[in-house]
Write a new protein. Sequence first.
Length: 387
Amino acid sequence: MPSSWQDRSPPEDKADVVVLGIAARGLAAAARRAGLRAVALDLFGDEDTRALAVETIALRRHPGFAIDPGELFDQLDIHAGHTLPVVLGTGFEHAPEIVGALAARYRLAGCGPDTLARLKQPAVFERLLADLGIPHPRLLHGAAPEGMRALEKQVGGAGGAHVRPATMARGEGWYLQEQVEGRSVSALFLGDACTARLLAFSEQWCAPAEGTPFRYGGAAGPIRLDDGIARDVADALSRLVEANGLVGLASADLMVGEAGWSLLEINPRPGATLDIFDRPPLPPLLRLHIDACAGRLPELALLAPGAGVEARAAGVLYAPAAFDMRLDPLPEWVADRPRYGTRFDAGEPVCTVLAAGHDTIDARETLSRRMDHLWRTLNTADRQAAE
């Protein structure tokens, strides 16, 4: 194995990497596992992010969980300079111009603005997939044809809350796409701008709420797909990486059905499945990300369920009703741990709940029980504090 895969013990008096996004806890945890000392910038400043990072800066939050670009650059000038690698999480899919400014000013470890724009502009992405012969849902111009189920999506949207059934896109910044039926699957992979290395598959599910039927709920893995589909996906991702110059850790959202598979979206960044895959038998994923950005891919077989591979699940707990965080301490299987006294409105993400099992069914059942238990406990603690 390359030496860069080994966990290291960096000096105690400085940081090695800057991680940033709407929520940076997953990246901070990945840095810790990789033996790197991280400065974390995000919108929440959760307790475990603060424990995992050398320093955590909670950025100003604009409506819609948007990051304030001015404050972001001010803080990066202080903490990143021109030497530390900067790793992006979610929150920049809609803004290649901000990514371009980051790449020009700092040592960005990840995809640049041109790659992001090609992957996140629906018409450009659809033409690219067609040229490469990769199966994908149709992009619809105007109204959906009679009898066709379609989804309206926001350009650069993430997390699924922006996706709704529709027959016509509402206007600028939105688009209409054919709805494809099947099993929702995510493929975790690395790119070095020339080829892709497929690491693992996971299944995803939604946490529907009024007006947001496709809001992201969670993921579990690893799962096994048909060998032929897995080979086809790996080949398609390699062609896509080469055509776009994609580098680092990324994920592909797929629909897998009886008739085959379809590629919905590429997320060119480390994502939520760090919570289920950044653990043995895989080596530290942030190290793999940084290596891939430098043109080095590992020789790794596709992770599959079986002996010695524990299934894991991670789900987002959304507040069913408004409440104040009055539970201390939170269970050990809770991540993105809010500070005591934090106020949540109904529908807001509260935390991430983790579980493990012999297989994904077992892990998801444990996850469901834990989420139900946690909400009852949080609600009870809030009521008791108010009495």
